[in-house]
Write a protein that binds this ligand. Structure first.
Ligand code: TXA
Ligand code: MG
Length: 326
């Protein structure tokens, strides 16, 4: 379909309470009109997402902030000016215009301006904020192509806009500013280094806090069980992998998720290399689809190599550790 027509149709679907999956530069989102509680309720239903896990509200530009957020601290504005549009989500105190269902009862709302041209066109055409989680079933691997969305969501949504592969490939970084201190609630497409270069030292919310199901926690979405393939997964360092540590000799149905070329493929039935030359951006862009392929290969175990703990490597490692703890 002509993409202008498709965007027009998608905007009509959203305005009449339907659900539209759309590409962003990070992952595909499953969108609903953020002001329409019935539509937002359907997002929770089709994702199987618990009602205590709030959604990100996507906006076309910063003029929406005044309508949706009751405050915009200086540090948050600085981050917005530098990283919007892009893979950064900023948690701000919410106004009454944002339905409680969207924020799962939290007094805050998570806002993001996506950079993807189709997401931008859709937001402009609909002229509403779009509440959208990643377009995967709750707790499963995030979709980085329209085919991934269709596989998991099937007929439950009204339209999938196909924008090809997402070029960043991991979700946005979620930050919150309280008393001028910046906390990263979820690592993602905007790196710690980039954020610290702008605002100084930031805090990273502890990844394995016992937040599951508990109300009033700082980072409601920080469940340990997240991003999980169905196949059990363990994380490994390359040195341990080289030594064959912990692997029984009969590793016939094990798969390796390797960062770059050069890992010992010997004991593995299947190997996915995220970036042959060891580039973190390329690794991020390939991460979720490589994990999906391994998950679909009928393996007993996925052994995932940890990446260098810098830049996008941190965000990928965070997802691997969560998958391993699920
Ligand atoms: O890149 C992305 O962020 C993608 C695309 C579609 O924009 N969206 C995405 O949404 O990853 P989702 O729902 O899978 O993850 C949203 C994260 C969750 O960890 C959620 O708990 C957190 O953002 N979040 C949302 N609202 C929040 C709030 N008010 N306070 C704290 N965390 C919030
Ligand atoms: Mg998600």
């Amino acid at each position: 379909m002509n993409s202008n027509l498709e965007i027009t149709r998608a905007a009509e679907i959203l305005r009449s309470g339907g659900l539209v999956a759309f590409p962003t530069e990070t992952v595909y989102g499953l969108g609903a009109n953020a002001f329409d509680e019935r539509a937002v309720a359907r997002v929770f239903e089709v994702k199987g997402r618990p009602r205590f896990d709030p959604l990100i509200v996507h906006i076309a530009d910063a003029h929406w902030v005044a309508r949706l957020a009751a405050g915009f601290p200086a540090q948050a504005q600085k981050l917005a000016e530098r990283f919007w549009p892009g893979p950064l989500t900023i948690v701000l105190p919410k106004t009454a215009a944002v339905p409680d269902l969207v924020t799962a009862g939290c007094p805050t709302v998570a806002l993001r301006i996506p950079a993807h041209p189709l997401a931008q066109s859709l937001l402009r055409a609909v002229d509403l904020p779009i509440a959208a989680p990643s377009a995967n079933a709750f707790g499963r691997i995030s979709p980085t192509s329209a085919a991934h969305v269709r596989e998991q969501m099937g007929d439950a949504i009204d339209l999938v806009i196909d924008g090809g592969s997402c070029h960043i490939g991991i979700e946005s970084t979620v930050v919150q500013v309280v008393d001028d201190r910046v906390t990263i609630l979820r690592q993602g497409g905007t790196t710690l280094e980039e954020i610290e270069a702008l605002v100084g030292i930031v805090t990273i919310a502890a990844p394995f806090e016992g937040v599951e199901g508990s109300a009033g926690r700082a980072a409601p979405g920080m469940l340990t069980r997240h991003y999980a393939p169905r196949t059990p997964l363990i994380v490994w360092t390359r040195d341990a992998a080289r030594a064959g540590e912990g692997l029984s000799p009969t590793g016939a149905s094990r798969g390796l998720l390797a960062f770059r070329e050069g890992a010992d493929r010997g004991p593995f039935a299947r190997v996915e290399v995220l970036s042959p030359k060891g580039d973190l951006r390329e690794a991020a862009a390939n991460f979720f689809s490589a994990l999906r392929r391994l998950d679909a290969a009928g393996l007993e175990l996925i052994v995932a190599e940890l990446l260098p703990e810098s830049g996008l490597g941190r965000a990928i490692n965070d997802r691997l550790r969560r998958a391993a703890h699920s």
